[in-house]
Design a binder for this molecule. Structure first.
Ligand code: NAD
Ligand code: IPM
Ligand code: MN
Length: 355
């Protein structure tokens, strides 16, 4: 029986994880799965209460006693340095060595696309390197706060790290029948890092002759994703560029409220989280879109070998959008809770819900 740690976290994280939990509980009742759900109190409130972000023992427990984690969001205006998010979220990605940050974006209905020339269909799947790059915290600052201040943030990339994320992207494309893998980098300026990415991409790509392969500079890619997003399918890139490109891909396919992600080290533990943050501007108003978190449940089901139930989650999400059962970000007037209830009921019944 998979044991899942639920970490609602901050802001709308609490509201959207409540809906993901509702769905997991409905599936526990109606399907042949039995996920044990244990809620964890980690986030800004706890940090402000006792000064603790996450302890070594808690890390050990998440890693040894659980099969997966579902996290809402971390980020709170009362913690401007974001210390707790760095310790908890980046801590899990780094310490558990979850090197694949898989961020699939699918356009469910043409009217969700903000572009003028809307493509017929769109599936943009980003493989973001998740354990190195500009996120290691290596560097430092000197003469801080003076006019002579120096600030250094290293971009650390290893042959091993680059190869395993590129391999994961190609393997996914190969097993799931995708036709193109695109590398995104800035190798015209970052010769060392970009050079490594380009060399390894070409080497690994030789093993996948049936998959179209191209490499784009990140600035041109940002432009081209707006100009002709239908050209792209699987995107592989470094940690920082992946953070940026995946928000762009999410917006093109309907917005941050819809986008899920899976942080994985295949065969080991996984961390699922919506791509969006804690959205302080709408927190506590019961209007956040819970679909990103609900789609995380779909990814989790796929991960635990229940692909068919995962597809039904996707189908229920698509039905909610088709029927206009949506939160205000998608033009609807339902609450977070209404959308969560509708989707759970739709799946549990196996037929369109009547409310
Ligand atoms: P954000 O994703 O929280 O919000 C950006 C915009 O998108 C806001 O206008 C927000 O209202 C909207 N939005 C986001 N999710 C939505 C949803 N589910 N439904 C409807 N609208 C939604 O990004 P931000 O404002 O840059 O960051 C806020 C805080 O969250 C910061 O502290 C940031 O560091 C943190 N953050 C955390 C994570 C995470 O925990 N995985 C991810 C991104 C940002
Ligand atoms: C994300 C977020 C995080 C990141 C922040 C909150 C540390 O933006 O998951 O996309 O930069 O990876
Ligand atoms: Mn981000």
């Amino acid at each position: 029986m998979p044991r899942i740690a639920l970490i609602p976290g901050d802001g709308i994280g609490v509201e959207v994880v409540r809906e993901a939990r509702r769905l997991l509980e409905a599936l526990n009742d109606s399907e042949s799965i039995n996920f044990e759900l244990v809620e964890w109190d980690l986030g800004a409130d706890r940090y402000l209460r006792d000064g603790t972000t996450i302890t070594d023992d808690e890390f050990r427990s998440l890693s040894d006693d659980y099969d997966a984690v579902l996290l809402g969001a971390l980020g709170d205006p009362r913690v401007p340095g974001n210390e707790h998010a760095k310790d908890i979220l980046l801590g899990m990605r780094f310490k558990l060595d979850l090197y694949v940050n898989f961020r699939p974006c699918v356009l469910l209905a043409p009217e969700l696309c903000p572009l003028r020339d809307v493509p017929g269909s769109l599936r943009l799947e980003t493989f973001r390197e998740n354990t190195e790059g500009a996120y290691t915290g290596m560097g430092g600052s000197f003469k801080t706060g003076t006019p002579d201040e120096v600030a250094i943030e290293e971009d650390v990339n290893t042959r091993k790290g680059v190869e395993r994320i590129i391999r994961a992207a190609f393997e996914f494309a190969h097993t799931r029948g995708r036709e193109r893998v695109t590398l995104v980098d800035k190798s015209n300026v970052q010769r060392h890092v970009g050079g490594l990415y380009r060399r390894v991409f070409a080497e690994v790509g030789e093993g996948y002759p049936d998959i179209a392969q191209d490499a784009m500079y990140v600035d041109a890619m940002a432009m081209d994703l707006v100009r002709r997003p239908e050209r792209y399918q699987v995107i592989v890139t470094s940690n920082l560029f992946g953070d940026i490109i995946s928000d762009l891909a999410a917006e093109i396919t309907g917005g941050l409220g819809l986008a899920p992600s899976a942080n994985m080290n295949p065969g080991r533990q996984a961390l699922f989280e919506p791509v969006h943050g804690s959205a302080p501007d709408i927190a506590g108003q019961n209007k956040a879109n819970p679909i990103g978190a609900i789609r995380c449940v779909g990814l989790m089901l796929d991960y635990f070998g229940h692909a068919e139930i995962g597809e039904r989650v996707e189908a229920a999400v698509a039905a909610s959008v088709r029927e206009g059962r949506t939160t205000p970000d998608l033009g609807g007037d339902l609450s977070t809770e209404d959308v969560g209830q509708w989707i759970s009921a739709h799946i549990a019944k196996g037929t369109p819900a009547s409310t």
